[in-house]
Structure formats: structure tokens, C-alpha cells
Design a protein around this ligand. Structure first.
Ligand SMILES: [Zn+2]
Length: 284
């Protein structure tokens, strides 16, 4: 449900983004006559039985895949562990490059795919591994086998890992008003505005896409934030990619907070979104 609501809090498409997304849908023959220009961020959620070509693009006459149809929007893969592992791995490079290159004898075609990838999965085949109240019936091997469908490098490409805790009865029956999507969206737009000022004159649209060089330049930290980052790096044995991702997320949290300099609390919050791989994938 969270994944499906994601487009409702994303900033509106810029005109250039709308054109690019429309082009891809147009060459795929998927543009409806009623909407000649796509003005909403796409949300694509292919089934886990999808082929490699269907997801990343391909075919004898090269066609964009779901990853490119989701360009400037969201690609949601539900039941992530049910996807063919090789199919998922095909997304790794495009996620880094923001494009899929399809090579054929006659030449190669690049299709853009700057996407927000969202994956959802159970922690084990029965779904109850790590559940606070119910017992998982899967063997240790089964759980390990299930989780191993997501490779380390693939897992590393997700900026945020969130465990969806079971819903409590009190929450279901609560009359407290939740923050609305439009209120959240206003905060997102304000943070994006800061980012478009930051990256003015470049083709970077948000923190997630900045280069390592830019990262050093714009992620200025307080001394205590820097110390915390250093401690995390040593203690958790972070990869360079994981380190950079935490820093980018911390930059975004600071932007949402309206802070120019990244503080300790922003680093702490960003690091907390990277705790699931240690809890489930590293054997506890
Ligand atoms: Zn289980």
C-alpha cells in the first residue's frame, strides 16, 4: 500500500521530464489518444513472472522494458524474491547509469530509466520470520535460500530498507488524524526546490543522482556528524557505495529539515534505514 501511494507524494513532472517519459510510452505504442502528454509520474508494477526483456528492455526489434516505461517515476517490484534472480541483476547497471543499453548487430539503443525502484518482500517463504508474535515454520536453510535471491550488490542499491511491522489493533482503530499525502508532498517539493537550486546548471535533478565528486562538495557535515559517519564506516564495514548512499540520504533528511549543514541526527536517521541487511542478510 505504501508503494502504491508513493506517486502521491512525489513532485510534479517538469516539462522536460514529461516529454522524455511521453517519448518512451509513444515508441512503445502505449500512449493513449486522450493523454498525448504524460503529466503524471509513471507507476509500473510488473508481475514477478516477467521476462528479462520485459523488465529491462530488449527483443529482436528492441523495445523499452518496464524499467524505461517507469522513467521519471516509480518501478515497483512486489514479491521481490519471487523474481528471477538473473532478471533482477539486469537492473543493477541501469540503476547506476540511468539508462538501459540494448545492443544488436545493427547498433545499440539507449533507453533512459531514471527511476525510483521500490521492492517489497517477505522475510521468508511463510512470511513470519522475525515476527514478534507468530512463529515461522521455515527451516534455517529455507530462509537463507529465500533471502539469497537478492544478491548483496542488488541489496546495496536500495537507499532505504524499511521493515513493515505488523499493524496493531490500536492503530487500526485509532481516530488520530494522519498527515495527508498533500501535506507530505508540500515538504517533498520544498526539499526538491533546494536541490534544484543546488544542482542548477547540471542535469542532476535530486540528491540521489549526484556524483561522488559532487557528494563531497555538497554534503558538508558538522564535526559530530562526521565522527558518527566515521564510526559507522568502521563498525559496520560499509562499502564505498553504502557510505555514499547513507550520505545522500542524510543530505536529503537535512534538506527536509531545512538545514544546510548535515548534523549528527540526520546521519543517524539515514544509517537506520540500512539496518535490515544486517538483521536478515548477514545471519543476524
Ligand atoms: Zn517462515
Amino acid at each position: 500500500m505504501l508503494a502504491k501511494r508513493m506517486p502521491s507524494i512525489l513532485p510534479p513532472l517538469t516539462f522536460e521530464e514529461a516529454l522524455e517519459t511521453t517519448k518512451i510510452h509513444s515508441i512503445s505504442g502505449m500512449l493513449s489518444p486522450d493523454t498525448p502528454l504524460i503529466t503524471k509520474r509513471p507507476f509500473r508494477s510488473p508481475h514477478h513472472t516477467i521476462s528479462s526483456a520485459g523488465l529491462a528492455g530488449g527483443g529482436s526489434v528492441p523495445r523499452p522494458g518496464e524499467a524505461s516505461l517507469a522513467h521519471n517515476g516509480v518501478l515497483f517490484l512486489d514479491e521481490l524474491a519471487e523474481f528471477d534472480r538473473r532478471t533482477l541483476e539486469l537492473l543493477r547497471q541501469p540503476l547506476e547509469d540511468g539508462k538501459v543499453t540494448i545492443s544488436r548487430a545493427a547498433g545499440s539503443v539507449p533507453y533512459p530509466c531514471i527511476i525510483m525502484l521500490i521492492g517489497a518482500m517477505n522475510p521468508c517463504p511463510c512470511g513470519y520470520f522475525g515476527h514478534p508474535k507468530r512463529k515461522c515454520i521455515c527451516s534455517k536453510n529455507k530462509v537463507a535460500q529465500y533471502l539469497s535471491k537478492i544478491s548483496g550488490p542488488m541489496l546495496d542499491r536500495f537507499d532505504l530498507h524499511i521493515e513493515a511491522a505488523p499493524v496493531e489493533f490500536a492503530d487500526l482503530s485509532s481516530k488520530e488524524k494522519e498527515e495527508s499525502s498533500s501535506d507530505i508532498r508540500a515538504r517533498v517539493i520544498a526539499a526538491r526546490e533546494l536541490q534544484s537550486q543546488r544542482f542548477k546548471g547540471t542535469d542532476i535533478t535530486c540528491n540521489a543522482h549526484m556524483s561522488a565528486a559532487k557528494l563531497r562538495e555538497v554534503c558538508v557535515m558538522t564535526d559530530s556528524a562526521l565522527k558518527m559517519m566515521h564510526d559507522l564506516f568502521d563498525r559496520l564495514g560499509l562499502s564505498a557505495r553504502a557510505h555514499d548512499k547513507i550520505l545522500k540520504v542524510a543530505r536529503t533528511i537535512a534538506d527536509l529539515d531545512g538545514c544546510e549543514v548535515i548534523d549528527r541526527k540526520h546521519v543517524a536517521e539515514a544509517a537506520q534505514y540500512r539496518s535490515l541487511d544486517r538483521k536478515y542478510w548477514s545471519g543476524g
